[in-house]
Design a protein around this ligand. Sequence first.
Ligand SMILES: *Cc1c(COP(=O)(O)O)cnc(C)c1O
Length: 444
Amino acid sequence: MGEVFSTTVRRVADGALSVGGCDVRDLAGAYGTPLYIVDEEDLRGRARAFREGFGAAFGRYGAEVDVYYASKALLSSKIARWMFEDDMCMDVASGGELEIALRGGMPPERIGLHGNNKSDAELRRALEAGVGRIIVDSMTEIETLNAIALELDLVAPVMVRITTGVHAGGHEYIATAHEDQKFGLSLASGAAFEALLECHDAAGLRLNGIHTHIGSQILSLDAFQESAERMLGLRAAFAADTGIWLDEVDLGGGFAIRYTPDDEELAPHRAAAGVADAVAAAVDKVGGPWPRFSIEPGRAIAGPAGMTLYRVGVVKHVALEDGGARQYVAVDGGMSDHMRTITYGASYTATVASRVSEAEPARSRVVGKHCESGDIVVKDVELPSDTSRGDLLAVPATGAYGRTMSNNYNALLRPAVVSVRDGEADVHIRRDTLEDLLSWDVAP
Ligand SMILES: *Cc1c(COP(=O)(O)O)cnc(C)c1O
């Protein structure tokens, strides 16, 4: 099924799609649409590819690396359980994500807590649960966390989030390590160094290392090389000042995936070799003992493993100024379950999933049912000109930032998340019900 759908997707004999051995028509019948379908074998295969690929690539230099799954991409307690079983670590970025990870049985020492504005309650809960690392993001947080740790008579294991200034320019990536944004402590201004000294001196904190995250959908290994050099440079400067070589360096996530057949990906094994070589060159240049490294892929694990299944409702043909026409295919969800197109102008593709069509392809746009003209799922795609009400439509590569960014706009019910494997389906998150919706609303 091309390079965009997950690995177990096939066309069955009469032309419908199957995934994980399950016919999408049966899944739509059993769980309704829209539906997020997660290909278990694909998702866990990607997690293993990162763990084994990075393990082997860093192992060649005698170094160790941990892979943290960035759970904000797609989270359920069953996914946390998979990550635990597959020897992964996990990142969470709120108290809610932390509770789901713990419910799935992820050992707290394998959890990292992120966030630029963690509440006192979140910090307290993380400390009491015994999370392995809290990535501190500001001077305020360093003070607050130290006070809470002292009050609880605990020592908080911390890493400091560094803004390296690696400029992820152009449209190649969505940057998070340049200076003018909310995350981290700046390397250039000296704030990062000051934060390290502050953590080192704080009786309630144990400074384990430094963290950075360049951004998302990164294709270029040069960005990781530059980032690693700056991080190791900071580590060496800290050692020169204090005599301490920090134990850990986290280089973040953001490995690119394919959303459409035109996209390139930064596949786990290529990323592993590239990042390990870049890091080795940086260690050589900067000196000091090798730290333990970690990376944090989110979308590259969950994204390609997921698809959204919609039911087509209304099909309309609109004349365009260039003399052509566009087929508007409206589905039973939209910007409430699929935020990335309206938020980032992201590109996706789609295919009719319930049958094959012999009809001519038509220039098409897949839209939702919300009260906005920007409510677009797939901006440009060729779909059969006989696409019609009742057809199932599949949009691939929606595993990451699909369900986790979904909302109830227009009081729509958020779709279920179901995983499939070997012909069996398993509900991770059930669909919202009308009763849910009415229960959140306090009656007059
Ligand atoms: C979002 C995020 C990631 C994961 O990014 P992906 O693009 O999904 O790989 C990793 N680390 C941090 C700190 C993040 O905020």
